[in-house]
Design a protein around this ligand. Structure first.
Ligand code: SF4
Length: 83
């Protein structure tokens, strides 16, 4: 059976992708600087109404550190459960 370099390449890439996916820190959080976090609301939008806010601990699922309920960052996404 003839071995195809192209097939080997794709097989290698699939294995490489799985290996790197396995070690990628999926739970890594962004920094406040990179997400442009601020302790005050922006255009009336606040962390307390964001889908990512954790009210029990005043933390965020995707931004590191303590978060103010009245804060805001560029990853804001209004919780659709709130009216
Ligand atoms: S606005 Fe940003 S920092 Fe605040 S809860 Fe949402 S994602 Fe987290």
């Amino acid at each position: 059976m003839k071995v195809s370099p192209r097939r080997d390449f794709f097989r290698y890439m699939a294995i490489f992708g799985l290996a790197t996916w396995g070690v990628t820190p999926l739970l890594a959080k962004g920094t406040k600087e990179k997400t442009m976090y601020q302790d005050s609301p922006k255009d009336g939008k606040t962390c307390v109404e964001c889908l990512h806010f954790l009210p029990e601990t005043n933390e965020c699922k995707i931004v590191e550190g303590s978060i103010s309920p009245e804060g805001w960052c560029i990853l804001y996404f209004k919780d659709p459960r709130l009216k």
